[in-house]
Design a binder for this molecule. Structure first.
Ligand code: NAD
Length: 309
């Protein structure tokens, strides 16, 4: 097993990145975090990590990387908002594509042993695919965000083929759990928790019959740790394979939070996918990963965390 002493986590002040930082520190790995705090918060960063406020799109980042020479990079920094990507595709591409190129190309020249990339399954597979979608489904992203995340994977593959830079792209389903930013539109569970616990009206777009594959953040962190240690390469789905619709989710959350008002139904978001779920058989085969946290358990943990903050 490759020994990693120094890890860099980009986006380590964000939701998923900060949990990865905690897990690395528990494993006694020295952790460095870069984040521009555009959606993350310093308060999320483990005090035992070394934090630098810097953008992955800047030339200072390349200088920083060349000086640090980490053994492994967990690349979580990204423009994560699908709606923002529709409004400003160039900004999305600058962060998600150019930022990743800077990172991967520099990493390849300084001898980084592996890059573990936080990719997406939900935003790249077409909803016409047989669900749950496996990695064999040809990606057909329908938003600039999906395009930029898929393009970044392709650049990682290029750096592997041409410069031998190993990578794993973990294609997540819809991740939820403590520290998710309630302002982001990715996290309906977090938004419900925030609205219900503060007694605000809950809105459901469309019929509420749209389904997603919800995965608890601890399962995502475990997949990252396995991807670090196992000798694997390429794109791997990380999801439960189960679909839950928004109406069901709303009822479960209302029960957990004691919320009694009925949700308000508003017109659907144009272009929103009606179904999404990921087949994670490859993750089981290559990483020995299976999801461990059941939806009801994860929701209860999430509500508990939000009610205490
Ligand atoms: P997040 O917004 O909490 O984390 C992203 C972090 O990146 C933030 O801390 C932000 O400040 C930082 N960042 C953004 N632009 C940056 C830049 N130019 N330079 C440095 N830092 C920058 O979101 P998250 O949900 O934790 O997402 C983490 C990763 O997981 C992202 O790459 C996202 O695409 C991917 N992902 C998330 C989900 C999900 O459901 N949350 C699903 C699929 C994939």
């Amino acid at each position: 097993m490759t020994k990693y002493k120094i890890a860099l986590v980009t986006g380590g002040a964000g939701f998923i990145g900060s949990h990865i930082v905690d897990a690395l520190i528990r494993r006694r790995i020295k952790v460095y975090v870069v984040d521009d705090l555009s959606s993350g918060a310093v308060g999320n960063v483990n005090p035992n990590a070394h934090f630098t406020k810097i953008s992955i799109t800047s030339s200072q980042f390349v200088t920083y990387l060349k000086k640090l020479i980490p053994d492994v990079i967990f690349h979580c920094a990204a423009q994560v908002n699908v709606r923002h990507s529709l409004i400003d595709p160039p900004n999305d591409a600058t962060i998600n594509i150019l930022g990743t190129i800077h990172l991967a190309h520099t990493a390849a020249t300084i001898g980084v042993k592996k890059i573990i990339y936080s990719s997406t399954g939900g935003a790249i597979y077409p909803e016409t695919a047989k669900m749950p979608a496996s990695e064999q489904v040809v990606p057909q992203p329908s938003s600039p965000y999906g395009i930029s995340k898929r393009t970044a994977e392709m650049y990682l593959h290029y750096e592997y083929q041409v410069h031998g830079m190993p990578y794993v792209a973990l294609r997540y389903a819809n991740v939820y759990g403590p520290r998710q930013n309630a302002k982001g539109e990715a996290g309906v569970i977090t938004i419900f928790a925030d609205q219900m616990l503060n007694g605000r009206p809950v809105r459901i777009f469309g019929t509420g019959k749209q389904t997603r594959d919800y995965i608890y953040v601890d399962d995502i962190v475990r997949a990252n740790m396995l991807a670090m240690h196992r000798s694997v390469m390429g794109e791997i789905n990380i999801g439960t394979g189960k679909e839950t619709d928004v109406n069901t989710l709303c009822k479960k959350m209302a029960k957990l939070t004691g919320y009694t008002l009925p949700p308000r139904y508003t017109p659907c978001i144009p272009g929103e996918m009606m179904r999404s779920s990921l087949n994670a058989r490859k993750a089981k085969q290559l990483l020995g990963w299976v999801p461990q946290v059941k939806l009801d358990e994860g929701l209860a943990k999430t509500v508990k965390w939000f009610s205490q903050t």
